[in-house]
Design a protein around this ligand. Structure first.
Ligand code: ADP
Length: 279
């Protein structure tokens, strides 16, 4: 420890054994030709809870409000964004960098699927390689004129999400959970990771909260009773949406037409993003 240690490593140049590294020390600069106003991560404690669905809908809905939106698909081993938007084919690049694909409604997208010869080829890369690709999606992709860039984070709290948290400066973070997941401690783990990485959480979204009976309108909690309000209270966070299982959404994703979704489930989440991450 330095002789006159103040325990504030941010204002001290000594390279001593007790030095605490700030997670933000590893932040990477975006491509010099990029122009990105705000970056919002979308994370979950585990896969399959609808993180990509929420990411896609947020980008679509904010796009409909007139914002220029983009998606960096950092879920390298389970990339489902291009399929939901009907994007096929490879990413284009030149000596300046890699260019995202653009959907009919103007959402810019980059995903590992756009680098593979075959979209069905499995990504069998180890953690450091996966984390390296995500970093490149930030440093080597030319993100032109983007208001809100959504990062579909790798699920869980392992190596790869940690690297993403460390390398991409997030202005906000949406945490997606299913009611079932909330019973296990996975959401708390994701929230605690965000806290450790000094990322401020914009709010929680519960997905697959219920199914609405088409005949009587009753909301049936197929995955059990929700605990999201308790968790939100414990962490001092807002619940921004409780989204139902809606077969219309699954069908639109399967057809690559998620931009045709006309649902209001995420209206409050969009408003909160606009409020907290004002341009
Ligand atoms: P994750 O990104 O968390 O792995 P996805 O967004 O890929 O999860 O969702 C998993 C599957 O569930 C996909 O087939 C998706 O279309 C479907 N899905 C997600 N949320 C909903 C919903 N609210 N209603 C209907 N289907 C959904």
């Amino acid at each position: 420890m330095a002789e006159n240690c103040t325990h504030d490593c941010s204002s001290c140049g000594e390279d001593c054994a007790s030095r605490q590294t700030d997670p933000k020390d590893f932040l990477e600069a975006p491509h010099p030709m990029s122009s990105i106003k705000k970056v919002i991560g979308v994370a979950s404690g585990k896969g399959g809870v609808g993180k990509s669905m929420v990411t896609s809908l947020l980008a679509v809905m904010l796009g409909k409000k007139g914002y220029r939106t983009a998606i960096l698909d950092a879920d390298i081993t389970g990339p489902s964004i291009p399929k939901a938007f009907g994007i096929r084919g490879r990413a284009v690049s030149d000596e300046d960098g890699i260019y995202p694909a653009e959907t009919p409604d103007g959402v810019s997208i980059i995903s590992a699927n756009m680098l593979l010869e075959e979209e069905t080829a499995p990504v069998i890369w180890r953690g450091p390689m996966i984390a390296g690709i995500v970093k490149q999606f930030w440093t080597d992709v030319v993100w032109s004129d983007v208001d809100y860039l959504f990062v579909d984070m790798p699920p869980g709290t392992g190596d790869v999400p940690i690297t993403v948290f460390q390398s991409i400066p997030l202005d906000g973070l949406i945490v997606v959970a299913s009611p079932q997941e909330l019973v296990g401690m996975v959401v708390e783990k994701a929230l605690n990771m965000a806290k450790t990485m000094n990322v401020s959480v914009t709010g929680l979204i519960e997905n697959m909260s219920y199914v609405q009976c088409p005949d009587c309108g009753r909301k049936i909690p197929v995955f059990g009773e929700s605990h999201i309000d308790e968790i939100a209270k414990d962490f001092g966070l807002k619940v921004l949406a409780k989204m139902p299982i809606d077969s219309q959404l699954t069908a639109l994703c399967d057809k690559g037409e998620i931009e045709k979704a006309d649902v209001n489930y995420l209206d409050a989440a969009c408003e909160e993003i606009i409020r907290v991450c004002a341009l």
